[in-house]
Design a protein around this ligand. Structure first.
Ligand SMILES: Nc1ncnc2c1ncn2[C@@H]1O[C@H](COP(=O)(O)OP(=O)(O)OP(=O)(O)O)[C@@H](O)[C@H]1O
Length: 267
């Protein structure tokens, strides 16, 4: 069997407590992630779920090495990236991409869509950029003429597609999607999720999908990890987790969120 794309062992991360007044001396460090071990298989769609403040976004940012772990290891595609300095991470950056929660704030309002999608391609020294931009727009189902538009001329769902186009134009192996459909209405949510699902299949992507919304996670993810106070309390195939949740906290999450019949919602 293929080695997993990500292998995480005993991952710890603490951050300085910014609420503490500087006069009181150096800020103490607060543990945010506490001993996480899991892997992400190639082609897998992993759901990361948990309540507010459970550490989902911090975990995502640590996987992408936007944050450096305090302890433990992260292997990406067989390479130990736990403490790689930025210059050594740079060639890996196009391969691990992120789609943000709020497309309006992650898209530069003063630049046209074509320039927005092209910017990371320039940064990473890609060639054939105009063709790549067109291809990315095709892949997310938007007209090529959109390259001349500005973000404010697009709907929320279309802006989220631009965020996806910008990520896939770099031909990544891995995409982290952090609460990317939270701000969208139900029908735009369904369209974006359908798009992601087909991109995962067509492009052989591996996806980690962070959400507090279990109905969204259920629709998309094959496996789910449940975070609570920076620890993994459950890691199970999606069908198993919904049918037989093992951890009390998972049961709490399941009972707190009304779960509509996905077959009825996502037609
Ligand atoms: N830069 C930081 N400095 C100190 N503490 C932080 C920092 N960033 C996050 N935290 C704390 O870490 C914890 C986890 O935050 P994180 O944003 O990862 O949670 P989350 O599960 O994504 O929450 P939400 O669903 O509300 O976005 C929270 O208690 C948060 O206050």
């Amino acid at each position: 069997m293929d080695k997993p794309l990500f292998q995480i062992e005993n991952l710890h991360l603490s951050l300085a407590d910014m609420t503490r007044k500087p006069l009181l001396g150096p800020a103490p460090r607060i543990p945010i992630l506490r001993g996480l071990s899991f892997s992400i298989a190639r082609g897998e769609v992993l759901g990361i779920v948990g309540g507010s403040g459970s550490g989902k976004s911090t975990l995502g940012r640590t996987l992408l090495r936007l944050l450096e772990p305090s302890c433990g290891t992260i292997h990406f595609d067989g390479q130990d990236i736990t403490h790689l300095p930025e210059p050594a991470l740079r060639p890996l950056r196009p391969r691990m991409q992120m789609i943000f929660q709020d497309p309006m704030s992650s898209l530069n309002p003063r630049r046209r869509i074509g320039a927005i999608i092209a910017a990371p391609l320039h940064l990473h020294g890609f060639s054939g950029i105009p063709a790549r931009v067109d291809q990315a727009l095709d892949q997310v189902g938007l007209p090529r003429a959109f390259r001349h538009r500005y973000p404010h001329e697009l709907s929320g769902g279309q802006r989220q597609r631009i965020g996806i186009a910008r990520a896939i134009a770099l031909n990544p192996a891995f995409i982290l999607a952090d609460e990317i459909v939270s701000g969208l209405d139900v029908s735009s949510q369904a369209q974006v999720l359908n798009l992601l699902e087909s991109l995962v299949k067509d492009l052989g992507l591996t996806l980690a999908f962070i959400s507090h919304d279990l109905s969204v996670i259920r629709r998309l993810c094959s496996r789910i990890i449940v975070l609570h106070r920076g620890e993994i309390v459950e890691n199970a195939p999606a069908t198993q987790l919904f049918a037989h949740p093992q951890a009390d906290y998972t049961r709490e999450l399941l009972s707190a969120i009304p779960l509509p019949d996905p077959d009825q919602v996502w037609v």
